[in-house]
Design a protein around this ligand. Sequence first.
Ligand code: PHE
Length: 338
Amino acid sequence: MVEKIIEDIEKVIKEAKEGIKEVKDISSLEKWRVKFLGRKSLLTQLFSHLAHLPLEEKKFVGEKLNSAKNLLTQLYEETKSGIEKIETVYNLSFPGRKISIGKFHVITKVIDEIVKIFSKMGFGVAEGPEIETEYYNFTALNTPEEHPARDIWDTFYIEKEKGILLRTHTSPVQIRVMEKYPPPLKIIAPGKCFRRDAFDSSHSPVFHQIEGLMVDENIKFTHLKGVLSYFIQEFFKREIKVVFSPSYFPFTEPSAELSILCVICNGKGCSTCGNMGFLEILGCGMVHPNVFRNVGYDPDIYTGFAFGMGVERLAMLKYGIDDIRYFFLNDLKFLEQF
Ligand code: PHE
């Protein structure tokens, strides 16, 4: 009798171990549990034989039965938690987890957009270093030492004695490009610029500009007007009144400022345009003959125009952003909107 029971216990264990291998989900696990641990299972039936056994054997068989039951219970629990884990990971009815992917900064996007518009007009893209020399940032641009116009740009010097500085505008790229390539030329140059300005709602010590330069025979101010007016309509995607007014830059003559009818108040006057109804968005002009001489272009043959626009300013107007600092604070709530 005892031997038969022990044999049966071993058989049950063996079958249960085989059976559990086939279990792949909760419902097949439940079938397994009913079969090997349920009320009608062989193991439960074997327990009922205990009562008829003499004391010694009862103890011996009882221990065997209990350890078999513990073993099967353990198998059950382990398999169950394994299945639950898998089902949590692979349950296709769960809502998807949002994958956050990186995106370009709004300033990068605006630069790309501007580059695209000028590319359509045949402008190529050039770049220059952010750490510049006085020569490229000022001297070659017809702003020699002691020239009062140097004060227009409050400059961060890296090594004052050596004339090494952080460029205050993208205009030095004009010089670098003209030194390298003969005319005719048609380029824009996007990049970072630096000025010793307070960090407030409309100023930042680091900002972006896009420089433009077109040189050929017979380039006139009307070409400049045409190119920039076209750019403004394309960038703001609507007809916007533009006004050119006289200005001064050492490297252009004549020089002008381009203003557009305030896109915020439509010319009525608001805080963004300082009640003027117009907003100044870029500096421009006809390249000064001295600049051509500095790069070895003949000013009697070639003429050209140049312009420099502030990217943050344009982005603020396009998207109605009232504080330049948003671009630099890395606030995801702001950045994710673009
Ligand atoms: N470099 C000038 C500035 O930063 C802008 C400019 C560029 C003006 C090219 C004329 C021609 O203010």
